[in-house]
Design a protein around this ligand. Structure first.
Ligand code: GLU
Length: 339
């Protein structure tokens, strides 16, 4: 029997609407890596005549802050990015996530879990690298008949985990090509709903991409392994796969990964320092393979960020995005000396 086709990363048929999205989290300030992903997502969708929707990812109440949401709006506008239709703020209405969890529980594809992080750590047999992902060993698989029974046992809300099938799975990424991994070995049965009732990212993103009608997902390569989990969830919930494009991650000038804790590359900090946003658009464009000829050479007639962002739309193409991980370049953001 031929093996089933892996979920493929195809663009919608000619004439069908392509819809991309910007999905900032409000757990911290956005940095240059986010700016580059957002610009690529925007250019990719707009170049195909598509729409771009905005979603504020703010489900983790203990980490998300309203000021980070305000910063995100300012950052996007500062870079000249616009969006279509209403903004979806995840925390406004949890019912779609709850319905998806319910559906998976009813299908027998999810189960209640009462394990704490400390218990999962204690259950590990071999030592692990400090940054290794914590794999859930399946302790609560088949342990509780339902969520209520699990909650009665601890007197506290239970989490809910997705029952990950054994074996490798493959997706096709529009930039990376075939990407294969084994979620049952990497993470095991992952959380859909945490014990503190926070809806987990993997579930939220799948539900939201479907209800927003997203056909194209552009984001950093750090989320590639999550894509396998999302692909499993989409199949389980009967939802379509969008096309996926994962970008090489941006490093700082010393070659280290950017993080939300690094003030020097935060967009809000660059904005406060008086950096012209068109310089960031220019840096991102060059790092995404947009030809230097499309960018004017000097500072004399630096266009506004929204002009430059719009102008470069037709110069963007996935075929030209280089595989190398770009570095930030503070000098590229400074005004050149005037003679
Ligand atoms: N909210 C995530 C971030 O800010 C992106 C999630 C996604 O694109 O699926 O990094």
């Amino acid at each position: 029997m031929p093996s089933p086709e892996p979920p493929h990363s195809a663009r919608p048929a000619p004439g069908a609407l392509l819809r991309g999205r910007l999905a900032p989290s409000t757990t911290g300030r956005l940095h240059l890596g986010h700016a580059r992903s957002f610009l690529a997502a925007w250019w990719s969708a707009r170049a195909a005549g598509g729409e771009v929707l905005l979603r504020i990812e703010d489900l983790d109440g203990s980490r998300c802050r309203p000021e980070f949401e305000q910063d995100a709006f300012r950052d996007l506008e500062w870079l000249g990015l616009n969006w279509d239709g209403p903004v979806l703020r995840q925390s406004d209405d949890l019912s779609a996530y709850e319905a998806a969890v319910e559906q998976l529980l009813e299908q027998g594809l999810a189960y209640a879990c009462t394990c704490s992080r400390a218990e999962i750590l204690a259950a590990r047999s071999a030592p692990h690298a400090a940054d290794a992902e914590l794999r859930y060993p399946g302790t609560c698989r088949g342990r509780w008949s339902n969520v209520a029974a699990a909650e009665a046992s601890t007197g506290a809300p239970a989490g809910v985990r997705f029952l990950v099938p054994d074996g490798a799975i493959e997706i096709i990424d529009g930039r990376v090509g075939a990407y294969r991994g084994c979620p049952s070995k990497e993470c095991g049965d992952f959380l859909l709903l945490r014990r503190d009732a926070v809806v987990a990212y993997q579930l939220a993103v799948v539900v939201d991409d479907a209800r927003q009608g997203i056909t194209e997902v552009v984001r950093g390569a750090d989320l590639l392994s999550s894509t396998l989990r999302q692909s499993l969830l989409q199949d389980a919930l009967g939802l379509p796969h969008p096309a996926w494009y994962h970008l090489p991650l941006v490093n700082d000038e010393q070659g280290r990964r950017l993080s939300k804790r690094d003030g020097a590359t935060e967009l809000a900090e660059l904005r406060d320092a008086g950096v012209a946003p068109a310089r960031i658009v220019r840096w991102a464009a060059l790092s995404l393979g947009i030809a230097p000829e499309r960018l004017d050479g000097g500072s004399a007639a630096l266009p506004s960020a929204s002009e430059l962002t719009a102008e470069l739309t037709d110069a963007f193409s996935w075929e030209r995005v280089p595989p190398a991980e770009p570095r930030t370049d503070r000098k590229a953001f400074e005004d050149p000396p005037t003679d």
